[in-house]
Design a protein around this ligand. Structure first.
Ligand code: ZN
Length: 311
């Protein structure tokens, strides 16, 4: 019995020593790498929430921390170092920022990052208003970034100006195109480059009525191009004064006339594209020198070609 008591006392002392010197703790590891030991897993998780996963910085959407694992172990009390573990976790935590992207779906390279939804919305509203004629396809996307150094005032200003410039270019292109459009038909090409020798509406001794087209002086044989896509409805001699004449029907009641040609390269019924060579400059019919007589008609009535081309 005495021996048993001695053993019991010895065990108690050993256990007491173990509990004085050692303590159950949690080994904390980040992505498999051990950082140190903490006493209480739940308490330590609260510490992480309070000190690591919260940020006072503006625009921080959340703080990203990779996998933290806990495993129970018995360590000497002086090995528990919560503050050091916490500091290591703080070091490896990453802020993820939320910014707003204004993007033009018609021009994928055009993007502006701004810091708030309000700023994005006001940019979209003002650009849509300013460039309503070209209906810019602007959208706002929420973007998460680990680094927002580039989203600064200077870069925002540059990106806004670039987007505005691109929209302005498109607006001008549209206005230019609109100004060359007759009843929905875009007159893409100038038929002949040359000097205008007689304007629309001119009264000249060569004819007994005002001029119904314009005359463009050019060397004999100079190619004459179709001003727009269409179908040739006439290609041949005209005894009414046009000489060799090509008429193209462009649809929507729009036709164009090309007179006094020396040669004709197309034929009735042919489909032509804007820029196709259809004839050559000549001086056939009622003409005193090499030139193209060019007419645009809307529903049969001549309109001034210089309103649309040769401006
Ligand atoms: Zn003429």
């Amino acid at each position: 019995m005495k021996l048993l008591r001695i053993i019991a006392i010895a065990l108690t002392i050993i256990i007491a020593i173990i509990f004085i010197k050692f303590k159950p703790a949690y080994a904390v590891s980040l992505n498999g790498e051990e950082l140190g030991y903490v006493g209480d897993e739940e308490k330590f998780k609260e510490e992480i929430n309070e000190n690591v996963l919260k940020s006072e910085e503006t625009n921080v959407a959340f703080v990203e921390l990779e996998n933290v694992d806990y495993s129970i172990s018995l360590v000497s009390r002086n090995q528990i170092n919560e503050e050091i573990v916490l500091a290591k976790l703080e070091d490896s935590a990453k802020n993820v920022y939320r910014v707003y992207e204004v993007a033009d779906l018609n021009n994928e390279e055009d993007k502006v990052y701004v810091n708030s939804m309000e700023e994005a919305e006001s940019l979209v509203t003002s650009l849509k208003e300013q460039y309503s004629a070209i209906e810019p396809n602007l959208v706002i996307n929420t973007i998460y970034l680990e680094n927002v150094d580039e989203v600064n005032e200077e870069n925002i200003k540059i990106a806004k100006e670039k987007m505005q410039e691109n929209l302005q270019t498109k607006l001008e292109e549209k206005e230019e195109k609109d100004s060359r459009t007759v009843n929905g038909i875009y007159l893409a090409c100038v038929p002949v480059t040359g000097r205008i020798t007689s304007r629309f509406g001119a009264n000249e001794s060569i004819r007994d009525h005002t001029h119904k087209g314009i005359d463009i002086g050019a060397a004999g044989g100079t190619p004459i191009l179709a001003t727009a896509d269409g179908t040739v409805t006439y290609a041949g001699w005209n005894s009414g004064g046009y000489g060799n004449l090509v008429i193209i029907d462009h649809g929507n009641g729009v036709t164009t006339y090309y007179g006094h040609c020396s040669r004709i390269y197309t034929s009735k019924g042919a489909t032509v594209k804007a820029g196709d060579k259809i004839a050559a400059v000549g001086s056939t019919g009622n003409s005193t020198g090499n030139h193209l007589h060019f007419e645009i008609r809307l529903n049969g009535k001549q309109v001034n070609p210089q309103t649309y081309v040769y401006k």
